[in-house]
Design a protein around this ligand. Structure first.
Ligand code: FES
Length: 99
C-alpha cells in the first residue's frame, strides 16, 4: 500500500460544518448554500484531490459564533476567520488567499 498520495491542493481550508448547519444556508447567490459549498462553486473548484485548493467541512471547532461560520486557513492557522452570513465570497476568498 502507498504511504503517500499526491493532491493539487495549494492550501487547505477547514470550514465548520456545524456553524454552517446552524445558519441553514446564508451564502451563495440566493443565500441558500453553506459557506463551503458556496466557496467551492464560486471558485469553480474540482472535486477532492483534483481541486486547486481543499475546502473541507469539519466538526465544531469550539468557537461557535452567532450568525457566522468559523473558518481555519491551514496556511495561516494562528488566526481563524469568523465569516458572517451573506459575506462577499470574493472578499472571503481573498482573505483565505484562494484567488
Ligand atoms: S459550531 Fe462552529 S465552531 Fe462550534
Amino acid at each position: 500500500m502507498k504511504s503517500r498520495v499526491r493532491s493539487n491542493w495549494s492550501s487547505a481550508v477547514l470550514v465548520c460544518a456545524k456553524c454552517s448547519k446552524k445558519l441553514d444556508g446564508g451564502f451563495g447567490p440566493k443565500g441558500r448554500q453553506s459557506l463551503g459549498k458556496a466557496l467551492r462553486k464560486h471558485l469553480h473548484l474540482k472535486k477532492g484531490r483534483k481541486a486547486m485548493a481543499g475546502i473541507v467541512d469539519v466538526k465544531c471547532l469550539g468557537v461557535c459564533p452567532r450568525g457566522a461560520v468559523t473558518v481555519v486557513n491551514g496556511a495561516a492557522s494562528r488566526e481563524w476567520l469568523l465569516v458572517p452570513a451573506g459575506a462577499d465570497l470574493d472578499a472571503v476568498a481573498a482573505e483565505l488567499e484562494l484567488d
